[in-house]
Design a protein around this ligand. Sequence first.
Ligand SMILES: Nc1ncnc2c1ncn2[C@@H]1O[C@H](COP(=O)(O)OP(=O)(O)OP(=O)(O)O)[C@@H](O)[C@H]1O
Length: 354
Amino acid sequence: MNTAGHGAAVRIEACGKTFADGTRALDPATLDIARGETLVLLGPSGCGKTTMLRIIAGLELPDAGGKVLFDGKDMTSVPIERRNVGMVFQSYALFPNMTVADNIAYGLKVRGVARSERTARVAELVTLTNITGLENRRIDQLSGGQRQRVALARAVAIRPGILLLDEPLTALDAALRDRLRSELNRLLRALGITTIYVTHDQAEAMELGDRIVVMRKGAIAQIGTPREVYFAPKDRFVAEFIGAANIVEAPIQNGVLLLPGGRLPIDGGATIANATVMIRPETIRVTETGAGAGVLSGIVDSVSFIGDRQRIVVSGASGKPLNVDAPNTIQAKAGDRIGLSIAPDALRVLPSEP
Ligand SMILES: Nc1ncnc2c1ncn2[C@@H]1O[C@H](COP(=O)(O)OP(=O)(O)OP(=O)(O)O)[C@@H](O)[C@H]1O
């Protein structure tokens, strides 16, 4: 089966959603998703991710004025069964009494695909999703991870132009979730289907997304590659939602950030009376104290060993405790005075918020 690169391009145009009870789930949003791209909708519970996905699927109509286009064609009032989309939800929605093979082949059978081709496609998908040997088991004889693999195989069996995934890994335990996440990544790349993936888990979003749409309260807060939203968040909400962030407030004078523990050169020569600056914990380096300009001095509050690194909390450096992720080889203990250096481009000025 030629599975490579047959996705559709998706455009949602001014799609908002107000439910019958008056709940505004989504502000009008416009978004383009390229053919073959994996776009992740990321945000806290209730921010409108699922609503956006359901509008793309055809399970929900956008408010008047909104449009959904697949490859330029207006699909807004086309029902889900004629949109050629594959869907996988958090709960599996498989047929519990049918075998794995019959579940995977279900959509093909409904579409009248001949038995020999069904068998061939099931065989291929079973290999691709790592469930070889389970073909004749019933769904209720499978583990959660195996069920989710079957759900994926079933969703892509019909060769959809668009794959819609709503928190497909959330119900699984942490170790399995990590493993399936990498498998899913490989599978999505191999299939080349346009994929829209809903999650509230930033690690999942980072690993799987070509681009991430960060959502907040029914609105798009930022769209960008994982690197862009991580290193150049548009505002404090995005900075804190994507990974750990130190947010410090301090004046910048002629391109130097003035902190209680020292002065740090910062990219851009601006002067800002009260700047909000983001610093990722892993961009802070522990150095000798008093090593000169560009070094902050502080006192170690606590050290937590995390295995591959350690989290050192330092007070006195920035006006509030600073989280530092340091290599696990560095010796530091509570009460020690330490120096911290931060590269100018690791200090990120965020817009001030009221
Ligand atoms: N049928 C409905 N009627 C009224 N309000 C709804 C309906 N469906 C969703 N909502 C509300 O719309 C908002 C957005 O819901 P949505 O399910 O899109 O959020 P989400 O980001 O997917 O959240 P979660 O991660 O919790 O699933 C929420 O406030 C929700 O309560």
